[in-house]
Ligand binder design. Structure first.
Ligand SMILES: NC(=O)c1ccc[n+]([C@@H]2O[C@H](COP(=O)([O-])OP(=O)(O)OC[C@H]3O[C@@H](n4cnc5c(N)ncnc54)[C@H](O)[C@@H]3O)[C@@H](O)[C@H]2O)c1
Ligand SMILES: O=C(O)C(=O)C[C@@H](O)[C@H](O)[C@H](O)COP(=O)(O)O
Ligand SMILES: [Zn+2]
Length: 361
């Protein structure tokens, strides 16, 4: 078992290991009386051991949520608020989330907004949620205009990454999670890329020690970044700060919207990172070999690196509501080299299009 401490004004621990359900009540603390257990509704059987531990110690309100991205709506958040209101949840009560990143984002947002903020502990059940969504306090829902446009920063009181929960995760979901892991390799920890390149991707499963190392490394990357710049206001000396975690996401979120969320987030991130690498290469900021390594690393684990050529105009429209945009200016997180994140502000239409050609099919 490994514990990664995430410092800052509201510090917490991310515990990574196996069969961790017994640790959950302790993470909630002594003062909590009632717990709202917000879980992905399709995962009832998987949630049972965790729910049992909660029922032993707390009064529990269990709310099954719609599966995946369908949970990330204002309407679902509202249903949760109404349920908490009916039970009279107070500020000394807490939320526990159990599911993938869509569940932790929605549940985190409910916790952030109920009474302006109650404790939340995340129990992520996908690789993606373990290495990314459950850590760092970004919570939120989608709107008609795009992804994650309403939300709040609300750090968890703890995160429990029980790798045994990944045993039932479909292969494509595990692969999607590797998209965010490989992203961390490019922005901050090249050892991640070496591990991915040296390992047969088929062996990366819930019981793989290499997967465990990848999980730990990706969480360390995220923890270090969010401690330095929780609210994404930027780092010192022009360093992009937390925006570095958004590598590949400008295009990724636009693709997800265009696909009505039928593409997995991690898949879209892979395409988005290859696109960002092409932008940087064509702008003369990234060498050819590192750009090519993007394509090979994401493809090696089974992720897509190309997208429908016809989508360009629609995607550019959606990218304009990306949170990194300022006024009419698009801003992209790019690399000036391996693990050297920086910002490309106001790229020309020609550059946007040329880079898109390189990822088009
Ligand atoms: N807040 C953040 O910092 C952050 C970071 C990255 C991603 N995200 C968000 O996370 C979401 C993507 O998360 P995701 O990839 O986990 O997708 P998801 O939550 O949609 O889960 C994917 C699918 O896996 C199923 N599933 C989950 N755990 C399972 C298990 N153990 N066994 C069997 N099936 C299981 C779910 O029911 C769902 O159908 C996106 O909405 C993305 O925007 C947020
Ligand atoms: O934690 C962050 O910061 C990230 O950007 C991590 C991303 O992987 C994640 O998908 C996040 O939800 C994107 O946030 P958004 O601010 O672009 O909505
Ligand atoms: Zn992401």
């Amino acid at each position: 078992m490994t514990t990664i401490h995430v410092g800052g004004a509201s510090p917490y621990d991310v515990v990574i290991g196996r069969d961790l359900a017994d640790r959950l009540p302790g993470m909630l603390g002594e003062k909590v009386e009632r717990v709202a257990f917000l879980y992905a509704g399709t995962l009832g059987a998987l949630a049972e051991p965790v729910l049992d531990r909660l029922v032993d110690r707390f009064e529990v309100l269990a709310l099954g949520l719609p599966d995946g991205e369908a949970a990330k709506t204002a309407a679902v958040a509202n249903d949760c608020w109404e349920a908490l209101g009916e039970k009279g949840f107070t500020r000394s009560d807490a939320v526990v989330t159990f599911g993938g990143g869509a569940t932790t984002d929605l549940g985190g947002f409910v916790a952030a907004s109920w009474l302006r903020g109650v404790r939340v502990v995340h129990v992520p059940t996908t690789l993606l949620a373990m290495v990314d969504a459950a850590v760092g306090g970004k919570t939120g829902v989608n709107t008609g205009a795009g992804k994650n446009l309403v939300g709040a920063f609300h750090e968890p009181a703890g995160v429990l990454c029980d790798l045994t929960l990944l045993r039932t995760l479909p292969r494509e979901e595990l692969v999607a999670g590797l998209g965010e892991v490989v992203k961390c390799g490019f922005i901050a920890d090249p050892r991640i890329l070496e591990l991915v390149e040296a390992t047969d991707p088929a062996t990366l499963d819930a019981d793989s020690p290499v997967l465990e190392e990848l999980v730990e490394r990706a969480i360390r990357v995220k923890a270090e970044v969010v401690v330095a710049d929780l609210k994404e206001t930027g780092g010192a000396d022009g360093h992009p700060g937390r925006e570095m975690l958004n590598y590949g996401h400008t295009l990724a979120h636009a693709i997800e919207k265009r696909e009505a969320y039928a593409i997995r987030h991690g898949e879209a991130v892979a395409i988005g990172c290859v696109y960002a690498a092409e932008l940087a290469r064509l702008a003369g900021r990234l060498d050819d070999a590192t750009a090519a390594r993007h394509r090979s690393a994401f493809e090696r684990v089974g992720l897509p690196t190309t997208y429908d050529k016809a989508g360009f105009d629609d995607l550019v429209g959606s990218m304009r509501v990306d949170k990194k945009a300022r006024g009419s200016q698009l801003r992209f997180l790019v690399l000036d080299g391996l693990a050297r994140p920086s910002i490309l502000a106001g790229p020309s239409d020609e550059l946007l299009r040329a880079a898109f050609e390189a990822v088009s099919r």
